[in-house]
Design a binder for this molecule. Structure first.
Ligand SMILES: [Zn+2]
Length: 333
């Protein structure tokens, strides 16, 4: 009995029992989530199950905001879904142990990556937007990459090649400039173009794992200690936002960049359970309504032990460019 046959049997089960829909890459199968009941609409499917012909790493992830099911696919998942084929359960049980170990290793350790020396044009761009010199200290503190060809050369034994990284190296060879911010675990690099005519944002996973493992957000901390009394977490949208807010507000705490407003719900759901009892400060762009955050607070009321605030810049789009005027408004939500 080959692995392929067993995986085909799981897929058949998902099709027969749950009328699964397969996504474009033929690796993710979407079904109505039996763990949270999904939404009342019988045609919606929020539980995604990954089964690939290329490897034996199987995952589940439910995209319902109320549902926490996410991680390596286990035999318990399948049993609860109604599968009873012992051969399949044994196979999934064995594979899930390996996958879980791998996920734990990546999640709990930092990839020890080397950051190359700065390049001139991206450094000047960084300084213009943040009023910070790109000193060696700051390069380490903010985990900034400006030379992607050297970055890959220095770390190619540790990271996986990604075609977007390849594209950046190609563009560098044509004298294009980029600036990248590396997350704390070293699994995810967020890059933006310094030249206005190029792709603005490029997201590069540095390990070939599901995005909930690799795409850990970019975080900065200052005397962050959950044992202390009043702990603040600042949530910002953009990369220059977070650097500037970190330097502007100067409060102790954790600063987290989540990307656009649409990803704030998901990130909040994921992280708020680890940071129980903190004060949340949502740093919003001018185009996001305060109602948006009031709704978030209403929906996850039980996760807000202390006050929450929305902060925005009354005079400009956001805090991402110190060449623009800044006047802070803080509103309790
Ligand atoms: Zn669910």
């Amino acid at each position: 009995m080959g692995n392929r046959d067993i995986k085909e049997r799981i897929k058949d089960f998902l099709y027969d029992r749950y009328d699964a829909k397969v996504q474009g890459n033929k690796e993710w199968f979407m079904i109505q989530c039996p763990f949270c009941g999904d939404s009342p609409n019988p045609n919606t499917r929020h539980l995604n199950v990954r089964i690939s012909v290329n490897d034996d790493h199987m995952y589940v992830k439910c995209f319902q905001s109320k549902c926490d099911v996410a991680g390596p696919l286990t035999s318990q998942h399948l049993m609860k879904m109604g599968l009873s084929d012992m051969q399949v359960l044994k196979f999934v049980s064995d594979k899930s142990k390996i996958t879980s170990k791998m996920v734990r290793n990546i999640s709990s350790t930092k990839l020890n990556l080397q950051i190359p020396e700065k390049k001139r044009i991206p450094s000047e761009y960084f300084k213009a937007r943040t009023k910070k010199e790109m000193t060696d200290d700051n390069i380490r503190k903010y985990r900034i990459v400006t030379d992607f060809t050297k970055f890959y050369e220095l770390n190619k034994d540790t990271i996986d090649y990604d075609k977007k990284l390849g594209l950046l190296m190609y563009k560098e060879s044509e004298n294009k400039n980029f600036i990248g911010f590396l997350n704390e675990s070293g699994t995810y690099l967020q890059v933006r173009s310094v030249d206005d005519d190029d792709t603005k944002h490029i997201k590069i996973p540095l390990v070939k794992l599901p995005i909930y493992v690799s795409h850990q957000p970019y975080v900065l901390t200052r005397n962050f200690d959950l044992a202390k009394r009043d702990v603040y977490i600042y949530v910002t949208e953009g990369l220059f936002d977070i650097v500037n807010v970190y330097n502007y507000f100067m409060d102790d705490g954790l600063y987290m960049q989540t990307g656009s407003a649409s990803s704030i719900y998901g990130q909040f759901k994921k992280f708020s359970k680890f940071y129980y009892g903190v004060y949340w400060v949502f740093v919003r762009d001018r185009d996001v309504s305060i109602k948006f955050f009031k709704n978030l607070k209403e929906q996850y009321d039980y996760r807000f032990k202390n006050d929450a605030y929305v902060v925005y810049n009354e005079l400009s789009k956001d805090f991402g460019d110190f060449r623009e005027p800044i006047q802070v408004r803080k509103i309790k939500i």
